[in-house]
Design a protein around this ligand. Sequence first.
Ligand SMILES: [Zn+2]
Length: 140
Amino acid sequence: MHELALAEAVLSAAREVAEREGLERVTKVAVRLGALQRISVPTFEFCVNEVRPGAGSKLAEADVQVEIEPVELACRPCGRHFGIEQANALEGDRAEAVHFIPELVHAFIACPDCASVDFEVVKGRGVLIASIEGEGGHGA
Ligand SMILES: [Zn+2]
């Protein structure tokens, strides 16, 4: 149900952007999903098609493209930026656990330089509409 709620939120955000930009018809919506959001892309795409408004709506024909934003972490003590794949102590079962329960990232990941577990998530969290394309009613 996680993906369904997200699909609804994305379509409603896309509709708002389309309104604001005066688009009559949206042709493409690029969605960026943080890798920590534990979204299944095929499930998300399925849900988008389930909740997509019907013929005559701005979004009926929109091609919704999903891009996964990789995780970037920043170590507070040493300032090193690193990705999950570079982090220490994250293999096998632990990698799986973080994939499914993002909050575990702090329990399992350590900085590859100084081994600190004090870091922030710079990228790879959240959901956003990266871009929207369409045909407008303002002569575009
Ligand atoms: Zn460090």
